[in-house]
Design a protein around this ligand. Structure first.
Ligand code: NAD
Length: 503
């Protein structure tokens, strides 16, 4: 099938964008090279997408540099207005974006419609409104002086996003950067570039000046590395694996660019003996199975009090087995494929890892057969670990794979929760108020959810510590990440001590 037929079969009304977006234009790469992007439902090719190299990164940086003086000095309200217009355009094109995201990533269409697209629009709207509300301060210093701060944009910023939530994650990075007056060179993941290119088209419609946003699909080791190393890019914001995060820190050393990292996680989801069991079972399923478990904040360690473990698991296993796997574009589908075949195999390899260390597969652990065999599917998988030290209790699997651990008392629950190198998200289910707040305080985690899991909002800080990275997305914290403070001193009517006075 050609591209137009593929678009039509997926219910798309507008052409699929497959070129780089540089200086307001869709263009081929300098080398002319392309990379195919595949439909993870059946591994058929969707499009050959232009593949950026270092020469394209250089052109994008030049375009961003040229656009920076005007964009950064524009009235903040006018920058905000463009982001608000973009939010409206995303809502007007919601079905188109939802279908494109599901086609390219495998997200069930009901999730793309209910979560990915609305959350993307809300993020641009939030930061559109933020543009003229984020301000400097006046500091009460010595008599006779006025001291105030300016919040200046960092400049040209590089952004590298992964394949698990391409639409949402590009908004989390681009919206605050733009509101603060920066220009952007952004690289989506090589396997899921389509929705970011569509956003580029909508940005142009919203009135974004040429060069402010440049979108460059391409390989991480080539285009991503060129962005991380570029000596005229002042900051890099990255979401992805801890291993790549480390490489980015090393590459950034050349010009000491500011680095912001949102890396992996191994979220502990703790269920105490006094929890509302039904709410906890449903919440735990959402925590791990939404987006096929491909989420850095997934509740991938289910930590159960031993008194309720059997009753919990009976209901949880039944729920997992009832989840409807299928074509992401089918509105009845509750779980789609993983985003690539390579990743599916990586996730399945953890079943052998589990068994080799005495783990017990309680449900799933296989790829489905039949109609779904040619896609990247994995059945919802529940595995009991023999110890919190096992690899399946320590390493990020990043799939519909949950590791079950049990505990005797609060002390042991906290010890298990804090036993990994990560520190991103975690949750607990209890009706004991004191315990809830004690765990919220003591869990080594950038985000804690009490009697809920995986809540996100553009106003609420998102990020972690340890091997989960540093810096925060969302809210005022994101605006701080994308600005630098300048302190300005004015002598209004001060008598300055004449240390070196001469007659
Ligand atoms: P990755 O970190 O390699 O890829 C994420 C992004 O980084 C992609 O855009 C990729 O092109 C880019 N990249 C790769 N190498 C780069 C480099 N040297 N310089 C600059 N950019 C580079 O992730 P992956 O290999 O696709 O997935 C492996 C594992 O990473 C997953 O199984 C999961 O555990 C984890 N992961 C985490 C997240 C998250 O949201 N924190 C997202 C994706 C993957």
């Amino acid at each position: 099938m050609n591209l137009a037929d593929i678009a039509q079969a997926a219910g798309l009304r507008t052409p699929i964008r497959h070129q780089l977006f540089i200086n307001g234009q869709f263009v081929d790469s300098q080398s002319g090279e392309t990379l195919p992007t595949l439909n993870p439902h059946d591994n058929s090719k969707i499009a050959d997408v232009a593949m950026a190299g270092a020469a394209d990164v250089e052109l994008a940086v030049q375009a961003a540099e040229a656009a920076l003086p005007k964009w950064s000095r524009m009235a903040a309200m006018d920058r905000g207005r463009i982001l608000l217009k973009l939010a409206d355009l995303i809502e007007n094109n919601a079905e188109e974006l939802a279908r494109l995201e599901s086609l390219d990533t495998g997200h069930p269409i009901r999730d793309s419609r209910m979560l990915d697209v609305p959350r993307t629009a809300v993020t641009y709207r939030y930061f559109g409104g933020m543009a003229d509300k984020f301000q400097g301060e006046q500091i009460p210093v010595e008599v006779g002086f006025l001291n105030y701060t300016l919040r200046e944009p960092v400049g040209v910023v590089g952004q590298v996003v992964p394949w698990n939530f391409p639409l949402m994650f590009t908004s989390w990075k681009m919206a605050p950067a733009l509101a603060a007056g920066n220009c952007i060179v952004m690289k989506p993941a090589e396997i899921t570039p389509l929705s970011s290119l569509k956003i580029a088209e909508l940005m142009a419609q919203a009135g974004m000046p040429d060069g402010v946003v440049n979108i460059l699909p391409g390989l991480g080791a080539v285009a991503g590395q060129a962005i991380a190393e570029h000596d005229r890019i002042s900051k890099i914001a990255f979401t992805g694996s801890t291993a790549t995060g480390r490489r980015i820190v090393q590459a950034s050393a050349g010009n000491l660019k500011k680095v912001q990292l949102e890396l992996g996680g191994k979220g502990a989801n703790i269920v105490f003996e006094d929890a509302n069991l039904i709410a906890a079972v449903n919440g735990a399923a959402w925590a791990i199975f939404h987006n096929q478990g491909q989420a850095c904040i997934a509740g991938s360690r289910l930590v159960l009090h031993e008194k309720i473990a059997d009753a919990f698991l009976e209901k949880f296993i039944a729920l997992a087995r009832s989840i409807r796997l299928g074509n992401p574009l089918d509105p009845h589908t509750e779980m789609g494929p993983l985003t690539s075949l390579q990743h599916r195999d990586r996730v399945l390899s953890y079943v052998d890892v589990a068994r080799s260390q005495g783990g017990e597969v309680l449900s799933g652990g296989i790829a489905p057969t039949g109609d779904l065999a040619s896609g990247c599917y994995v059945e919802p998988t529940i595995v009991r670990a023999s110890s919190w030290r096992d690899r399946i209790a320590q390493e990020e699997v990043f799939g519909p794979f949950v590791t079950v651990l049990t505990f005797k008392d609060d002390h042991e629950a906290l010890q298990i929760a804090n036993s990994t190198e990560y520190g991103l998200g975690g949750g607990l289910w209890t009706n004991n108020l004191q315990r809830a707040h004690k765990f919220a305080r003591d869990m080594k985690s950038g985000m804690v959810w009490i009697n809920c899991y995986k809540r996100v909002n553009p106003g609420s800080p998102f990020g972690g510590s340890g091997m989960s990275g540093y810096g925060r997305e969302m809210g005022f914290d994101a605006m701080r990440e994308y600005t630098q403070v300048k302190s300005i001193w004015v002598n209004v009517d001060a008598q300055i001590a004449p240390h070196y006075a001469r007659p």
